[in-house]
Design a protein around this ligand. Structure first.
Ligand SMILES: C[S@@+](CC[C@H](N)C(=O)[O-])C[C@H]1O[C@@H](n2cnc3c(N)ncnc32)[C@H](O)[C@@H]1O
Length: 364
């Protein structure tokens, strides 16, 4: 067996690329200095769900999360671990917490939300609840629907946090094009209907009408020059505002009241992913090694958006080391903590091929 690098001090002092620690995360986290980590991505064991290999390096059974007799103890223990995570997280850092739900005594427990609400009560700010649609799922119960999703909560510790949104933009598949002599947006909007509504409006002032027509021409020009791919226009008396009509709630509603129109414009550099992610679960490692392995695709956007290059990604329940391996592939550094020496060995072997081999060969 290869020796697993498990010394957090060496990792930090020598700027090592990764560190895999075998131990209980609540205890091991205490060895990490405050405000060290940029981003945490993790999937803790779910309550009463699976049996993990939980033997330490001496072959002794260790304290495994998820075995608690009642769900309150499970929630409290997780919240306690996340208190410690908050300490090691940088001020502008992020946490991505993956949790699935659980039926107990016939009842869906709402476990992900029990944990999320308890964390919010301890001061975490919830920024997104991402639905991870795993697309397939087996089920024996005949009196309810098939379960196919889990949650990924994005938490931050301060209102201002690192978020490189340009790193995760999705490029539009369709582009604007000329159709019957007119410029038409990626979703087929030509502006003809808006122009007619502006010209025929009985509620816009002459000044507002002139400005709205100019703004429409400007966005059509941007489509033609490749600076924008799509747009929608809201004109007073014609369309509703997208989110709220209340000027105190919505900046758009305010703009509509002041100017008589507003334009939602989608720039040519793409749009941000939505909060529903359709990603098939990983099954390469699962058969002989581990349950619930993170698919790499799931990790890429959280790491790119919330950990700068050379920053540190931490997974306090790292299992086969997916978060650490993906962090390394994306030129970030990684810390993994897991109770199981066996899983850490798997993680080390996984990382070995693309980190250790190039490092060794560079000596010659
Ligand atoms: C859902 S798995 C994580 C899988 C991981 N995301 C991957 O891609 O392989 C949860 C892991 O938490 C570990 N674990 C359970 N209780 C723990 C504790 N108290 N401290 C550290 N790790 C623990 C288990 O050994 C297991 O590997």
């Amino acid at each position: 067996m290869m020796k697993v690098n498990n010394n957090i001090k060496d990792f930090l002092d020598n700027n090592e690329p990764y560190c895999l620690i075998t131990g209980n995360s609540l205890i091991e986290l205490k060895n990490i200095p405050s405000e060290t980590v940029n981003c945490v991505i993790t999937s803790p064991p779910y309550w009463l769900l699976r049996e993990y290999d939980a033997l330490d390096e001496n072959g002794n059974q260790t304290e495994i999360l998820g075995d608690e007799k009642n769900y309150q103890d499970y929630v409290n223990k997780l919240v306690e671990i996340f208190d410690e995570i908050k300490r090691v997280l940088k001020k502008d850092g992020s946490v991505w917490l993956n949790l699935g739900d659980k039926y107990h005594n016939k009842e869906l427990m709402g476990m992900p939300w029990r944990v999320a609400l308890a964390m919010m009560d301890k001061g975490w700010i919830l920024r997104n609840d991402i639905i991870w649609d795993q697309m397939k799922g087996t089920q024996s119960a005949k009196d309810r629907l098939r379960d196919v999703y889990e949650h990924i909560f994005h938490f931050v510790k301060s209102k201002k946090y690192y978020y490189a949104h340009d790193e995760i933009r999705i490029q539009p598949i369709r582009k604007p094009k000329m159709y019957n002599g007119e410029m038409v947006s990626a979703t087929g909007v030509s502006g003809k209907k808006y122009r007619k509504q502006i010209i025929e409006s009985t509620v816009l002032t002459e000044e507002e009408r002139k400005n709205a027509l100019n703004a429409l021409d400007e966005v059509l020009n941007d489509l033609a020059e490749g600076k924008a791919v799509d747009f929608r226009m809201t004109i007073r008396g014609e369309q509703r505002t997208f989110h709220s009509d209340k000027t105190t709630v919505s900046g758009r509603a305010k703009e509509l009241e002041l100017k008589g129109y507003y334009i939602l414009r989608m720039g040519a550099n793409g749009h941000l992913p939505s909060d529903i992610w359709r990603i098939a679960p990983e099954d390469v490692w699962r058969k002989d090694a581990h349950y619930a392995v993170f698919p790499e695709e799931l990790l890429i956007n959280p790491i790119k958006a919330t950990c700068p290059e050379n920053g540190i990604v931490l997974d306090p329940f790292s299992g086969t080391g997916s978060s650490v391996a993906t962090a390394l592939k994306l030129n970030r550094r990684g810390i993994g903590i897991d109770l199981s020496e066996k899983y850490n060995e798997i993680a080390k072997n996984r990382i070995y091929e693309f980190i250790e081999i190039p490092r060794q060969s560079s000596l010659f």
